[in-house]
Write a protein that binds this ligand. Structure first.
Ligand code: TXA
Ligand code: MG
Length: 363
């Protein structure tokens, strides 16, 4: 067994140690307000290669580069991350408005890349994805390292994104030298990824922590939504990294056709398409009282039930915050098959929560 990753405190010393590792071309687990990232110096090809190796991530899936102080397009150009000349006046105005409104925060912008950005970061695309995180430890680490940091979520490829330092250790602890413990992630879902065309066209490549309606309002323009790719074939992907199966627990996750209160035992069994109902079940519920819901599900199925409720009060932010941690907890529980209630449709975080649940249950 390789030595376990060192858990660094979010103190000046911990950050200094992590920055030292990054300057040496190493990779480090970094807290952000969305999920934990696996960071490496963005212009260091060896560090980027280490990120892909640690995650077992295919190289057709490009990384997000995290910046510290950057107030507008010109600042990103000075960092040698983008070439804004390709963007027309409308595109520039929209990007600057989006940066002013949403950075630091969970919005990633896909912009024309600078030649200095390694091909491995962008998967050879003419664009680069950029985000300024809000977590103070991430910002301190970028400043201490003295370089933008490329960082995908710090999970093995296709698995559940980590929302605590312990999750990062569980995913990658035997493969990376260190993780900074910045506490649980406030948002708990990845950033929204938005592509900006040369004429200012806006297209969401991944729904996430920044609602699409808010983006459209700030940009003063409609936002297109790319349909997710149907399968796992990289050639068919409209946007790289948008595989149908993602964020997946090890156990089978079965989406329920309705809330537990509206279901019969027969309908639940039907979702297994002929497979036997195992002795122990997991239930990911949207809202309500855990005890009552678990008792009802146990009565309907005649089985033992482990439950996680995303938000007792039905609050979207709390649900997003709890989503990945709940999936991990159910994956680690005695339950053999997991069921998930459908998350209500809405324009805010509910959109991203539904997206993650759909990908987590795709098999
Ligand atoms: O919240 C987040 O975005 C987290 C934290 C760590 O910042 N990061 C994250 O990274 O979720 P990752 O690697 O798991 O997802 C990044 C996704 C890729 O899968 C890809 O779909 C998209 O961003 N992406 C990156 N570069 C792109 C590009 N040049 N063009 C289109 N999509 C790109
Ligand atoms: Mg990811």
């Amino acid at each position: 067994m390789a030595p376990a990753a060192q858990l660094l405190p979010p103190t000046p010393e911990g950050i200094r140690r992590a920055a030292e590792l990054l300057r040496d071309g190493q990779v480090v687990g970094m807290p952000t307000e969305t999920v934990y990232g696996l960071a490496g110096a963005a212009f260091d090809e060896q560090a980027i290669a280490r990120i892909f190796r640690a995650k077992e991530r295919p190289t057709f899936d490009p990384l997000i580069v995290h910046v510290g102080e950057a107030q507008d397009l010109d600042a990103l150009a000075r960092l040698e991350l983008i070439t804004p000349e390709r963007l027309g006046a409308t595109a520039r105005a929209r990007v600057d408005a989006l940066i002013a409104a949403f950075w630091p925060g969970p919005l990633t912008l896909v912009l024309p890349r600078h030649a200095r950005v390694p091909d491995l970061v962008t998967s050879g695309l003419p664009t680069v994805a950029l985000r300024r995180p809000r977590h103070p430890v991430a910002l301190a680490l970028i400043a201490a390292a003295g370089t933008p940091l490329a960082a995908p979520s710090a999970n093995r490829f296709g698995r559940i994104s980590p929302t605590s330092a312990a999750d990062v250790i569980a995913e990658l602890g035997d493969r990376i030298p260190a993780v900074i413990d910045g506490g649980p992630c406030a948002i708990g879902l990845e950033s929204t990824v938005l592509a900006v065309g040369d004429a200012g066209e806006l297209a969401v490549l991944r729904v996430g922590g920044t609602p699409i309606d808010d983006i459209a309002r700030v940009a003063g323009a409609p936002v297109m939504q790319l349909r997710q790719a149907a399968g796992g074939d990289p050639a068919s992907l409209l946007a790289p990294g948008m595989l149908a199966s993602h964020y997946a627990p090890h156990k089978r996750l079965v989406p329920l056709p309705a809330r537990v209160a509206e279901l019969s035992g027969e309908r639940i069994r039907a979702e297994l398409h002929g497979d036997a109902l195992p002795a122990r079940l997991g239930l990911l519920a949207v809202s309500g009282a855990a005890g009552e819901l678990a008792a009802r599900f146990a009565a309907l199925t005649g089985r033992e039930v482990t439950i996680r409720v995303l938000s007792a009060a039905g609050d979207d932010e709390e649900a997003a915050h709890n989503l990945f941690a709940s999936l991990r907890a159910l994956d680690a529980s005695p339950a053999e098959v997991l069921f998930a209630e459908p998350y209500p449709e809405n324009d805010g975080l509910g959109h991203a929560i539904r997206d993650r649940l759909q990908r987590a249950s795709h098999r």
